[in-house]
Design a protein around this ligand. Structure first.
Ligand SMILES: NC(=O)C1=CN([C@@H]2O[C@H](COP(=O)(O)OP(=O)(O)OC[C@H]3O[C@@H](n4cnc5c(N)ncnc54)[C@H](OP(=O)(O)O)[C@@H]3O)[C@@H](O)[C@H]2O)C=CC1
Ligand SMILES: O=C(CO)COP(=O)(O)O
Length: 347
């Protein structure tokens, strides 16, 4: 039975065009299959980056009845058109493009009320800044929210249930973003530790590469459990130096995302590790990878930071050496297993 009150107008992305060419495109009267009523105050959401994650997030907001514009540098919609009157500007640009895009919109007329949301999981190789730091530096007077969690986009596109975190020191901004994306199939939590949430999603990518190696070498469940647990210890260690809260790493954006990406062949980072273990070179793997594996660059940045700050991150270091072709997967494993004996916790 169709309840007229439960109808929403949903933006539908036409399959024949580039996804970003469908800004506020064909709308259709549709039963609220997601259980959401048309929001009393629909928001205008500009999503930058029409890759896997940007498209999935655009679909989530559109399914909740919000006005969604999806921008890609390859689409025909000018950036300024997408940004016009946006209540929320969400970036799902891969790390290598964030600085470029920020530069393009730095001087655009954007309302002081507009909230920036970043969903990128990477680190800037030049400055070692997180994406939210890059956005906040360019837009110091705006609220910046991080969206991060165990969110494999392909599962979300299949409408499987998932949860995520939106983090900001501006509580009202995080709550608004929570409202825009929440549905019965996408549960959104708020968190005040923006940096911790962002680093959880970013640092786990390196451990996901290591997990792919572990599975590719068929090392078993005990080894995988040890790797992921010690990986989390490394993430906490790096996060603490940065100023993130320890507890955040035990939440959805840390442990949660580790569990997802370290166990799923859908994860591009995991795929990189798995294929390295089966003897392919990094160049071959990246040439055939669909989408972005941020862990490759993040690993380089982390090794640089670890050297500067004298942080011990053995798993990350071995992943780095493996990516550089300095060790084989088996040698990396031996290096980790034969490290000096020590107590489990010494920091
Ligand atoms: N896919 C997933 O499951 C999830 C991904 N993420 C994170 O989201 C980010 C994007 O991932 P994903 O969507 O999968 O990656 P994709 O490779 O599918 O998409 C990356 C997007 O960034 C755009 N981009 C890259 N460089 C530039 C640039 N210089 N100027 C403008 N646009 C640029 C790409 O544009 P173009 O197509 O024109 O190259 C594309 O739209 C990553 O940081 C990832 O870690 C987070 C959670 C889940
Ligand atoms: O971050 C992700 C899921 O939360 C996506 O992981 P990959 O980038 O490894 O595919």
């Amino acid at each position: 039975m169709t309840n007229p009150k439960s109808k929403i107008r949903q933006a539908r992305f036409a399959s024949e065009a580039h996804p970003s060419d469908t800004l506020l495109c064909t709308t259709e009267e549709k039963t609220a299959s997601d259980g959401q009523n048309l929001p009393p105050n629909p928001k205008s959401v500009a999503i930058l980056g029409a890759g896997a994650w940007g498209t999935a997030l655009a679909n989530l907001a559109a399914a909740n009845g919000h006005r969604v514009g999806l921008w890609s540098r390859r689409g025909s919609q000018p950036l300024e058109t997408i940004l016009e009157d946006a209540d929320i500007i969400l970036s799902a640009i891969s790390m290598k493009g964030v600085a470029d895009v920020v530069e393009q919109i730095k001087y655009a007329p954007i309302s002081p009320e507009t909230i920036f949301v970043t969903a990128t999981k990477g680190l800037d190789p030049q400055t070692t800044c997180t994406p939210s730091q890059v956005w906040q530096t360019a837009f110091p007077d705006h609220a910046v929210v991080v969206l991060s969690g165990p969110n494999l986009s392909q599962e979300i596109e299949l409408k499987l249930p998932a949860a995520t975190v939106v983090a900001s020191d501006v509580t009202a901004a995080a709550e608004l973003v929570q409202l825009v994306f929440s549905s019965h199939r996408f549960r959104v939590y708020t968190n005040p530790d923006r940096l911790g949430v962002e680093l959880g999603g970013t640092l786990k990518n390196v451990i996901a590469i290591a997990s792919g190696v572990c599975d590719g070498l068929h090392l078993g469940t005990n080894a995988k459990a040890a790797l992921v647990t010690r990986g989390l210890t490394e993430m906490v260690r790096i996060g603490n130096i940065w100023g993130a809260k320890t507890g955040t790493f035990y939440g959805l954006s840390g442990l949660g995302d580790l569990l997802a990406t370290c166990n799923s062949p859908l994860s591009r980072n995991y795929q990189v590790g798995y294929q390295l273990a089966s003897g392919q070179t990094l160049t071959e793997i990246l040439a055939n990878l669909s989408g972005t594996a941020e862990g490759v660059n993040t690993c380089q940045v982390l090794v640089q930071i670890a050297q500067q700050k004298n942080i011990v991150i053995p798993i990350t270091e071995q992943v780095y050496r493996l990516l550089q072709g300095e060790v084989t997967p088996r040698q990396a494993l031996d290096e980790l297993m034969l490290r000096d004996m020590k107590p489990e916790y010494n920091d």
